[in-house]
Design a protein around this ligand. Structure first.
Ligand SMILES: [Zn+2]
Length: 246
C-alpha cells in the first residue's frame, strides 16, 4: 500500500472529526479517542502530509506546483466542547490549523441532537424501548449498550425524518436534549473565543443540523442562510465554508 499510495494518492485530503473524547469508553466509543487523534496528527506529519487551513489548501492547489507536498485539512463537525478542551492543545503543539463547522442550534442549545440523546439513553438504562421502531433492547453491559445504540442510529440514518419520532421516547425517559447540548457543545462565548484563535476557522453547518435532502428548496435555503448570518453576526467575520450535515 505505501508504494501505491505514493503514486495514486490525491494531492490533498480533508480529515473529518466530530468529538475528541478523553473518556472514549464512557461515550460508548462514538467519537475519536484522544490517543487515536494524537496518533493521526503524528502519522500525517510523519508521512509528509502538510496540515494546512482550508483556505491555504485551496490556494496551494490552485498554484499547481510540481513538487508541492500533499496537504491535509483538519475539520470538526458540530462544535463540540472537547475540540477546544482536548484537541486544541494537541493542534497547538503541532501548529496545525483546523476548521470547526457549527450549526446554529448547538451554541443556542435548540438543536435536536438525537444522536447524543440516544447515547445518553443507552448509557443510563439497562433496557431501552424505542416505540417508533417497535423494539426493545436489553442493555445491561457495555457491549449490548454499544450494539443497541448502533442499531437505532442506523435506523435513523435509513431515513432522517425518523429522528423526529424519537422525541416522545426522550420525553418518557426524561432525557433533555437542551441539557445535553449544554454539556457537550461550545456555547456562544466559547465559540467567539475559539474563532479568534489563530489556528481556527469557523464554517457553516446549517441552522438546525437538518438533512437538507429531506427539505423543500426554500426551507433548505433558509437553513443555510440563517446559519451563515447567525455565525457572521456572532463572530463578526465572514463565513466562507460549509459542511453539509449528515
Ligand atoms: Zn454535523
Amino acid at each position: 500500500m505505501p508504494v501505491f499510495r505514493r503514486i495514486f494518492a490525491g494531492r490533498a485530503v480533508i480529515v473529518m472529526f466530530h468529538e475528541i473524547q478523553r473518556d472514549f469508553r464512557h461515550e460508548l466509543m462514538t467519537g475519536t479517542s484522544v490517543d487515536l487523534f494524537r496518533h493521526s496528527l503524528d502519522w500525517l506529519q510523519q508521512q509528509g502530509w502538510k496540515i494546512v487551513s482550508l483556505d491555504e489548501c485551496l490556494q496551494a492547489l490552485s498554484r499547481n506546483e510540481p513538487k508541492a507536498p500533499r496537504y491535509a485539512v483538519l475539520t470538526f463537525d458540530d462544535g463540540y466542547r472537547d475540540v477546544r478542551s482536548v484537541a486544541l492543545p494537541l493542534m497547538e503543539q503541532r501548529k496545525a490549523p483546523f476548521t470547526v463547522y457549527v450549526p446554529t442550534g448547538a451554541p443556542t442549545r435548540a438543536m435536536k441532537s438525537w444522536w447524543i440523546g440516544l447515547r445518553e439513553l443507552f448509557r443510563r438504562e439497562e433496557r431501552v424501548t424505542i416505540d417508533p421502531m417497535e423494539r426493545s433492547f436489553a442493555c445491561p453491559d457495555f457491549r449490548s449498550k454499544r450494539a443497541g445504540l448502533k442499531t437505532v442510529i442506523q435506523w435513523v440514518h435509513g431515513d432522517y425524518r425518523r429522528s423526529a419520532l424519537l422525541e416522545s421516547t426522550f420525553r418518557r425517559y426524561g432525557i433533555s436534549l437542551s441539557a445535553l447540548n449544554d454539556a457537550y457543545f461550545l456555547d456562544e462565548r466559547e465559540l467567539q473565543a475559539l474563532s479568534r484563535h489563530p489556528l481556527a476557522s469557523i464554517g457553516a453547518h446549517t441552522a438546525s443540523h437538518a438533512a437538507l435532502a429531506t427539505l423543500d428548496a426554500s426551507s433548505a435555503r433558509a437553513e443555510l442562510d440563517d446559519n451563515r448570518i447567525y455565525l457572521e453576526t456572532l463572530l463578526e467575520r465572514p463565513i466562507r465554508h460549509l459542511a453539509y450535515p449528515n
